[in-house]
Ligand binder design. Structure first.
Ligand code: ZN
Length: 92
């Protein structure tokens, strides 16, 4: 029973850190001890390891999607021109 509760607490601890770990989030930096503990847990716990795999797959899918869906450079240039005209009119 104590082992089960300890495992649940570790999973909960890990769940709050997985995204920061995968994103290397500088706003929520994990120290070396936390990284080592989390990596060991992800390697040993199928549920948390699976969750990390799902986050990695989602991040890869989003990167792939955004790479294929870049805005038309002509449209971006027209938007820049329009913004510059608006700024110029505002300062005149
Ligand atoms: Zn876990």
């Amino acid at each position: 029973m104590i082992t089960m509760v300890r495992g649940m607490l570790t999973c909960r601890w890990a769940a709050r850190r997985i995204q920061h770990y995968l994103d290397a989030d500088p706003a929520a930096h994990l120290d070396a001890v936390e990284v080592a503990r989390l990596e060991a847990h992800l390697a040993a716990c199928a549920r948390c390891g699976g969750r990390a795999d799902q986050y990695r797959a989602l991040a890869a899918a989003l990167r792939s999607w955004s790479d294929r869906n870049t805005p038309d450079p002509r449209l971006v240039a027209r938007m820049h021109d329009a913004a510059e005209r608006i700024v110029a009119q505002g300062s005149a």
